[in-house]
Design a binder for this molecule. Structure first.
Ligand code: SAM
Ligand code: SF4
Length: 328
């Protein structure tokens, strides 16, 4: 099988699909308050996304993550999960959600074949939740997490962006909450991809988070089965339970990156921070579709991938799209 290998030898088997750019929160680190969202007719249909996945699977893609914007705003998302789960070669489907609409959808998503679930939650304090996301919604997220547990998901990951001025208050309570409820907490270093002015001093680095958790929660040690190629550095408490840190700024995982991305309107991107993208939608909307051309586009896009995101160098250029419009 021809594989999606780039000029640095990285094999790409992981496709992140944004199903919508809309969101029911307005997290300051991700998007501006006022946004013009895409017209619904611009979004890829479930059939078009599934078709793209089918072609990508012939090039070795086996992992899919659905994201957005807020993916649960896309009506009947479980149907998309069912369609993708049936694609030959796809072995792993994940979803990243803010959890607001999860309580009503968790069971249908699980029944459709979804198994990996990441719920974003930066704080357990309703005031800070509002400050960070410009909306209320903490009780709904907590209800969503409970419903997901009842539906059979496990381990559910809880993603928290580590921003100085906020996470100092929230790291320990979040870690305790996750330990008590059997969720796996993952901190994500704050990246320059949102609408806010990003400053390096706002990034809370992995070693600081670890120190706070060791003092405030319990001793941690590197996880026994830690995979150095994985984006997250995983740690274990002596008495069970894990914490991950995705140190995209202080310890970029570009060298082992296996990800490509499809935006909600069908733009193919080879990096979260890519400045160029190619439009697959015309090919997906052709009748009959030209699968050879889609395959060629995928191969060329991966070939053009750069070595790394350069956040830590003077060469870094922030993409024009903010996170919600790319797909996190
Ligand atoms: N709306 C869903 C959610 O919030 O989980 C899915 C999309 S969101 C863009 C995906 C992930 O990106 C979330 O976990 C969010 O916290 C993270 N994210 C957004 N902006 C970020 C930033 N500037 N730095 C680090 N992570 C960010
Ligand atoms: Fe919406 Fe997720 Fe971005 Fe927050 S991080 S604004 S929930 S897309």
């Amino acid at each position: 099988m021809t594989a999606l290998v780039d000029t640095f030898g990285r094999i790409h088997n992981n496709l992140r699909i944004s199903v919508t750019d809309r969101c029911n929160l307005r997290c300051t680190y991700c998007m501006p308050e006022n946004v013009t969202f895409l017209d619904k007719s611009a979004l890829l249909s479930f059939e078009e996304m599934t078709h793209f996945v089918t072609v990508a699977a012939t090039l070795g893609v086996n992992k899919i993550r659905l994201t957005g914007g807020e993916p649960l705003l896309r009506r009947n998302l479980s149907e998309l999960v069912r369609l993708i789960a049936a694609v030959p070669g796809i072995t792993d489907i994940g979803l990243t959600t803010n959890g607001l609409l999860l309580a009503n959808q968790a069971e249908a998503l699980f029944d459709a074949g979804l198994r990996r679930l990441n719920v974003s939650l930066d704080t357990l304090d309703a005031g800070r939740f509002f400050e960070l996301s410009r909306r209320d919604g903490l009780p709904q997220v907590l209800a969503g997490l409970e419903a997901a547990k009842r539906a059979g998901f496990g381990p559910i990951k809880v993603n928290a962006v580590a921003i100085r001025g906020f996470i100092e208050h929230d790291a320990v309570p979040l870690a305790q909450f996750c330990r008590e409820n059997g969720f796996e907490l993952r901190f994500i270093e704050y990246m320059p991809i949102g609408a806010d002015v990003w400053e390096r001093v706002k990034v809370v680095f992995a070693h600081e988070l670890l120190e706070w958790l060791e003092v405030g929660v319990a001793p941690l040690a590197p996880a026994a089965n830690y995979d150095p190629r994985s984006p997250a550095m995983d740690f274990e408490y002596a008495d069970g339970g894990r914490v991950g840190i995705i140190a995209s700024v202080s310890r970029p995982f570009c060298r082992s990156c296996n990800r490509i991305r499809l935006t909600a309107e069908g733009k193919l991107r080879n990096c979260l921070f890519a400045l160029d993208e190619v439009d697959v939608k015309p090919l997906l909307r052709m009748n009959p579709t030209d699968d050879a051309a889609i395959r060629a586009m995928l191969l060329a896009n991966v070939q053009a991938k750069w070595e790394g995101h350069e956040i830590n160098s003077a060469k870094f250029v922030k993409p024009l799209r903010t996170m919600h419009a790319i797909g996190g």
